[in-house]
Design a binder for this molecule. Sequence first.
Ligand code: 5GP
Ligand code: ZN
Length: 112
Amino acid sequence: MTDCVFCRIIARQHPADIEYEDDAVLAFKDIYPKAPVHVLIVPKRHIASVMTMEPGDTEALGRCLLAARRLGEAKGFAGRGYRLRVNCGSEGGQVVDHVHVHFLAGGRATGA
Ligand code: 5GP
Ligand code: ZN
């Protein structure tokens, strides 16, 4: 059993409110939302951080951005827009060491 909470969510060993899934990506609601819509988009393969990513990780991270586009369209934000945020390392506010894209939408201040 991994001690990575996002890997446990991906393995369905930890509950989450799933919003989108494909072969490379899972997206689920943030447990402590900082915007009216706050979804976390994660690669299914464990990559700790942008700060340690390798050239072979670009496809997985690109798929996260493509998932953001799909989420934005599915949730009706394609015209209005949204904010994507990737926290990197401790001073960048990264708490969970499984890389994730915050999808923030639904208000002008979509989480600083
Ligand atoms: P970070 O600060 O690492 O960029 O973001 C981690 C995010 O994960 C936080 O916004 C936090 O609320 C969310 N989070 C932490 N643990 C869980 C969890 O068990 N389930 C869900 N859905 N979100 C979590
Ligand atoms: Zn993980």
